[in-house]
Design a protein around this ligand. Structure first.
Ligand code: HEM
Length: 219
């Protein structure tokens, strides 16, 4: 390891992030299936339609997006395989984000509510748009047709930095969404679950950041 490195490998943070992943999925399912009424795409059960929004955003965009970011350091496989996993997981996260926005638009239309009145909605649409741009630019630079090696190498620190900024946009916006929702809930147990989900998402984003900056175990 270089003398000025952090002298810690990414592995403990990968393990920590995986533990948080299990905890976040559990809390979100308990919240939306036990305390709320579950999920439905049909507009006649509006609260079930709404529930799909936090589900797709937290589990899809953030948890799966974070797994995509960590793929190069968390998966013991050939580089080509890790690259494929990185791509597929990011595509899944992005599609979840699009679907999550579609769902909330549908819900608000049913409610007769106006769109884009909140900071959450502005940051939300910005996040998913930037995610899409980052995905497309990464796809053309590194997957198909792929830029020249020197251009790839020059682009890489920017791809990583911009990717982390977008990931933080998503995390911050989920915190705003969860905080707003928590204030509307009367059950203390449900509030604690929603608040804990927010805390764990923050810890997840920090762990993912450590995984990115620390050296991984695979070449
Ligand atoms: C990165 C994650 C998220 C993104 C990108 C996102 C995006 C959005 C967008 C674009 C809207 C605006 C719809 C409109 O104005 O028509 C919206 C609304 C809403 N979201 Fe999220 N959301 C995220 C996470 C969450 C979470 C975790 C919750 C928690 C319950 C939540 C709760 C809400 C609520 C209550 C609304 C309706 C009120 C409003 O427009 O602010 N969101 N979201």
């Amino acid at each position: 390891m270089a003398p000025r490195s952090y002298r810690v490998s990414a592995t403990p943070f990968v393990i920590f992030a995986q533990l948080i992943t299990v905890a976040v999925i559990t809390l979100v399912l308990v919240w939306l299936l036990h305390f709320q009424k579950g999920f439905s795409f049909k507009s006649d059960e509006r609260s079930k339609l709404f529930n799909l929004h936090p589900f797709l955003m937290v589990i899809g965009l953030i948890v799966i997006g974070g797994q995509a970011i960590m793929a190069y350091k968390s998966i013991p496989a050939k580089r080509k395989t890790r690259k494929g996993v990185h791509l597929v997981l990011h595509l899944t996260a992005f599609l979840s984000g699009i679907l999550g926005i579609y769902v909330i638009f549908k819900y608000k239309k049913e409610e007769g509510a106006q769109n884009f009145l909140t900071l959450h909605s502005w940051l939300g649409i910005t996040t998913v748009s930037l995610y899409g741009l980052q995905f497309v630019s990464g796809f053309f630079a590194y997957f198909f047709p792929g830029a020249e090696w020197t251009a790839r190498a020059t682009l890489l620190p920017w791809h990583i930095f911009v990717g982390m900024v977008i990931f933080f946009f998503a995390m911050v916006n989920a915190e705003i969404g969860l905080s707003g929702f928590s204030q509307t809930v009367s059950s203390f147990s449900e509030r604690y679950i929603v608040n804990f989900t927010g805390l764990l998402i923050l810890l997840y984003a920090i762990s993912v950041t450590f995984v990115v900056i620390l050296p991984g175990p695979y070449q």
